[in-house]
Unconditional design. Structure first.
Lengths: 334, 429
C-alpha cells in the first residue's frame, strides 16, 4: 500500500494541482481566441500581475494585523480578481482596441500581445526586482498528513492546505463558468459570437459588451490561476511566463475556442507531465519479489528525466497539431 | 524613399559615433560586431516573415543550434574521450537510433501488408515507444560514461576553423528547419508561432541537458576566433587598447563580408522571379497555388533558407563571445528581440531589417546604462526631498531593457506598422 500512497502523493495530487492551474489559464486563452481570434501571449502577464496584486493585498492585510483562518492569499483573491479584471480591460483599451479598430490582422495583435508581455514583465521586475516572494511569510503553510496505517501504508497521505482550497476553488469557478455560459443571456451571446461573430452581430448581440466580458473573465481567472500557482510554489516575476506554453498546449489540445476543452486539456497536460517524470519503480517495486533476477527493475524507471518535464507539454502540443489540429473538442481548425 | 533611408542610416551612423564618444571605443566596437551578427539573423527572419509570411517564433532554437555547431567544430579535440570507450558506445546509440527510425518507418508503412485504421495507429504508437525505449537504453549508459572522468567529461570539439563551424551551424540549422518545417508548415499562422516556440524550447532543453554533447550548464570556453585574438596583437608589441580595437575590427570586417555577401544574394533573390513568387504566396497563397505554385514546398524552402542565416548568425555570436552557455539563451533576448528588429526596421525590406537590427541592438545595450543614469539622477533628487533613495538601482536598470523593448514594439505597431523603412511594392502601370 505504501507504494500506492506514494503514487497518490506524487502523481494524483500534484497532477491535479498542476492541471487546475493549467485549466484556469487555458480557459482565458481559449475564450479570447474564440471571441477575438488571436493567440493572446500576454495572458501569462495577466496571471503574474494578478498574483502580484494578490500578494500586495495579502501583505497589506498582514500589515493591518488581520488574521484569517484560511491562507490570506485566498481571502484577498476576490478583490485581486476584480483588480486584475480591470487591468485586463485597461490593457485591451490601451493596446488591442486601437489595432482592432484599424482592422489589423490577428498576427499583428499577436505581436502586440508579445509587446504587452514584455512591458508588463519589465514593469513587474522594475518594481519587485528579480527575486522570489512567498505568501507564507507571516503565516504557516499548513500541511495535512493523513495516517494511512489503517490500510497498511507506512507513508502518510500528504496534502497542503492551499492545495485543498485550490482544487475546491477551481471546481467552484468551473461550475460557475459552466452555468454562466449555458444559462445566462450574456454567456449564450458569448458562445454565439465565438461560433460566428458576424452572425452574432447582425442578430443584435452587443459585441462590444461581449468583448469586455471576455476580458473580465480572462483577467479574473488568470489572476486566480496565477495566485494559486504562487501559493503552491513561490511568487516570482517570471512565474507564469515559464508556463505559458504548457497553457497554450492545454488550450490547443482541448480545441481552441472551447471552454470545456481547455479544462480537459489542462488536466491532460498536468497529468501527462507528472506521469512522464514519475519513477515507476517506486510503484512497481513489489513486483521485484516475483520477477526473476535478470528482470529486476532498475532503480529509476521514468519515461523522461525530470529536467525534461516541461518538454512533455511541447511534445504533446506538436503531436496534437500533427494528428488532430482541431483538438479533442473540435475547436478552430488550422 | 531613398532619401528617407539615407537620412535614417545617416542618423544611425551619428548615433554610433556618439556612442563611441560617450561609452568608449572598445565597448562600441564589440557591440558593433554583435550588431552585425544580429543583422544576419534579422535578415534570416526577414526572408521568412517579410518575403514568405512565415511566423517563426523559434529563432532561439536555431541560434542555439548554430552556437552548439561552432563549439563542436572549432573547440580543441578532447583526447581522453577519443581514447576511451565513448565513441564506440555513441556509435551503438546511433545504431539504436537508426534501428528505431526504421521500426517507426516500417510501422507507418504497415498498410502495405493489410494493417489499416486503428490497428495501424496502435502499431505506430507501439513502434514509437519501443524505438524510444531501445534508444534510451543505449544512449543513457553512453552519456553517463562520457560524463564520468574516464570518458573525458564531454566529447570535446574537432579543432577545425571557426568559419567551418559557422558553415556547419548553417547546415545543422537547415536540417532542423527542414524537419520542423515538414511538421509545422501546414499550420495556420498563430498555430505555427506556438508550435515553433514549443520546438525551440525542446531544442533548448536538449542542448542544456545533454551534458555529454554540449557540457550543458557547465559551459564551454574559450572558443577560438576566426581572426587573431587581442592577445596575439599584444604579442606583436601593441598596447592593450589598440590590440582590442584591432582584433575586433578584423572580426567585424569578416562579419561584414559575410553580411555583405548574404545581403547581395538575398536582394537578388528578392528582385528575381523567385522573390516575386514568394511575395505572391505571402499575399495570397490560394491564388498562388491556383497558378500552379507548390505553396508548401516553397514555404519549406524559404523556412530552411532563413534558418540557415539564423544558424550562421548564432554561430558568429558564440564565436565572438568565446563562451557557449546554453542557460544564457532566453526567448526574450533571442526570439522577441529579433522580431522587434524586423518589425521596427520594416518587414520585407532588407535594408529596413538591417537598419532595425543595428538600431534595436544599440537601444537594447544602451537602455541599461541609460536607465541607470536616470535612476541615479531621480534617486539623488528624491533623497534631497527626503523621500529616500531608490533601492537596488543596478538590478532594476538591468530589467528596464525588457520594458523598453515592449514599449518600442507597441509604439511601432501603433504608429508605423510597416516599419521605418517599409517595403517598396513596385507596380507596372
Amino acid at each position: 500500500m505504501t507504494e500506492l500512497i506514494f503514487f497518490t502523493n506524487q502523481v494524483i495530487i500534484s497532477g491535479l494541482v498542476l492541471g487546475c492551474i493549467y485549466a484556469l489559464g487555458a480557459i482565458g486563452i481559449t475564450l479570447i481566441f474564440g471571441i477575438l481570434r488571436f493567440a493572446h501571449f500576454a495572458h501569462s502577464e495577466l496571471m503574474t500581475g494578478g498574483a502580484f496584486i494578490a500578494f500586495l493585498l495579502a501583505s497589506a492585510f498582514a500589515a493591518w494585523g488581520i488574521v484569517t483562518p484560511i491562507p490570506t492569499g485566498f481571502v484577498v483573491l476576490p478583490i485581486a480578481m476584480v483588480l486584475a479584471a480591470i487591468m485586463a480591460l485597461g490593457i485591451d483599451k490601451g493596446f488591442y482596441a486601437p489595432l482592432r479598430k484599424r482592422g489589423a490582422k490577428p498576427v499583428t495583435l499577436l505581436i502586440a500581445s508579445i509587446g504587452v508581455t514584455l512591458m508588463i514583465q519589465g514593469l513587474i521586475r522594475l518594481f519587485f526586482g528579480a527575486g522570489s516572494y512567498s505568501f507564507f511569510e507571516h503565516e504557516p503553510k499548513e500541511v495535512f498528513r493523513f495516517d494511512m496505517a489503517g490500510i497498511g501504508s507506512t507513508r502518510p497521505l500528504v496534502i497542503t492546505e492551499p492545495q485543498v482550497l485550490m482544487i475546491l476553488v477551481t471546481l467552484v469557478s468551473v461550475l460557475a463558468l459552466h452555468f454562466f455560459l449555458t444559462r445566462s443571456r450574456l454567456g449564450k451571446a458569448m458562445r454565439a459570437m465565438a461560433d460566428n461573430a458576424d452572425l452574432a452581430q447582425v442578430s443584435g448581440i452587443n459585441t462590444a459588451l461581449v468583448v469586455r466580458v471576455t476580458w473580465i473573465i480572462a483577467g479574473a481567472l488568470g489572476c486566480m490561476a496565477g495566485t494559486m500557482l504562487a501559493l503552491d510554489v513561490t511568487l516570482k516575476p517570471d512565474l507564469a511566463f515559464n508556463i505559458i506554453l504548457p497553457i497554450f498546449a492545454a488550450a490547443i489540445v482541448g480545441g481552441l475556442g472551447q471552454a470545456y476543452g481547455a479544462i480537459a486539456g489542462g488536466m491532460l497536460i498536468g497529468f501527462a507531465e507528472t506521469l512522464a517524470v514519475f519513477n515507476w519503480t517506486m510503484l512497481l517495486r513489489p513486483l521485484n519479489a516475483i520477477l526473476p533476477d535478470w528482470m529486476q527493475l532498475p532503480p529509476t524507471l521514468a519515461l523522461v528525466p525530470t529536467e525534461y518535464k516541461l518538454t512533455v507539454a511541447f511534445v504533446i502540443l506538436v503531436v496534437t497539431l500533427l494528428v488532430r489540429p482541431t483538438g479533442i473538442f473540435k475547436g478552430a481548425s488550422s | 524613399m531613398i532619401q528617407r533611408s539615407l537620412t535614417l542610416f545617416g542618423g544611425l551612423f551619428c548615433l554610433i559615433l556618439l556612442m563611441g564618444w560617450v561609452m568608449g571605443m572598445p565597448f562600441t566596437s564589440s557591440r558593433l560586431v554583435e550588431a552585425a551578427a544580429y543583422a544576419l539573423i534579422a535578415l534570416g527572419l526577414n526572408i521568412q516573415w517579410g518575403y514568405g509570411g512565415l511566423f517563426n517564433f523559434g529563432i532561439m532554437g536555431f541560434l542555439m543550434v548554430g552556437g552548439a555547431a561552432v563549439t563542436f567544430i572549432s573547440y580543441p579535440v578532447n583526447p581522453v574521450f577519443w581514447g576511451s570507450e565513448g565513441p564506440m558506445m555513441l556509435g551503438k546509440a546511433l545504431l539504436a537510433f537508426a534501428a528505431g527510425a526504421l521500426l517507426v518507418y516500417a510501422a507507418r508503412k504497415s498498410d502495405r501488408i493489410g494493417i489499416t485504421g486503428k490497428w495501424k495507429m496502435a502499431l505506430t504508437v507501439l513502434a514509437w515507444f519501443v524505438a524510444y525505449v531501445f534508444y534510451r537504453s543505449q544512449l543513457d549508459p553512453a552519456a553517463a560514461y562520457i560524463e564520468s572522468a574516464a570518458g573525458g567529461g564531454w566529447i570535446g570539439g574537432l579543432g577545425g576553423h571557426p568559419v567551418l563551424g559557422w558553415l556547419f551551424g548553417g547546415v545543422l540549422a537547415a536540417g532542423i528547419a527542414y524537419v520542423v518545417g515538414k511538421i509545422c508548415l501546414g499550420l495556420r499562422t498563430d498555430y505555427l508561432a506556438i508550435a515553433t516556440i514549443g520546438i525551440s524550447e525542446i531544442i533548448r532543453a536538449l542542448i542544456k541537458n545533454m551534458d555529454w554533447l554540449t557540457r550543458g550548464t557547465l559551459t564551454v570556453s574559450p572558443i577560438p576566433w576566426p581572426t587573431p585574438l587581442p592577445q596575439e596583437f599584444q604579442a606583436g608589441g601593441m598596447n592593450i587598447a589598440n590590440s582590442l580595437l584591432g582584433a575586433r575590427a578584423s572580426y567585424l570586417l569578416l562579419a561584414l563580408v559575410v553580411l555583405g555577401v548574404v545581403l547581395w544574394l538575398i536582394s537578388r533573390a528578392y528582385a528575381g522571379p523567385w522573390g516575386r513568387m514568394m511575395r505572391s504566396i505571402r499575399d495570397n497563397h490560394v491564388a498562388a497555388s491556383s497558378m500552379g505554385k507548390n505553396v508548401t514546398a516553397r514555404q519549406l524552402e524559404i523556412f530552411v533558407f532563413g534558418s540557415v542565416l539564423m544558424g550562421i548568425g548564432g554561430a558568429m555570436l558564440v564565436s565572438f563571445v568565446q563562451i557557449f552557455d546554453p542557460s544564457s539563451y532566453q526567448p526574450i533576448n533571442h526570439t522577441f528581440l529579433i522580431w522587434v528588429m524586423v518589425i521596427v526596421g520594416g518587414a520585407g525590406n532588407n535594408w529596413g531589417a538591417l537598419f532595425g537590427a543595428v538600431l534595436m541592438w544599440l537601444i537594447w545595450v544602451v537602455s541599461e546604462p541609460l536607465s541607470k543614469t536616470v535612476f541615479e539622477f531621480v534617486s539623488s533628487w528624491s533623497t534631497q526631498f527626503g523621500w529616500g533613495a531608490i533601492p537596488e538601482i543596478e538590478a532594476r536598470s538591468a530589467q528596464m531593457r525588457v520594458f523598453v523593448l515592449g514599449l518600442v514594439i507597441t509604439i511601432a505597431l501603433r504608429f508605423a506598422p510597416k516599419g521605418l523603412i517599409p517595403e517598396v511594392v513596385k507596380r507596372e502601370t
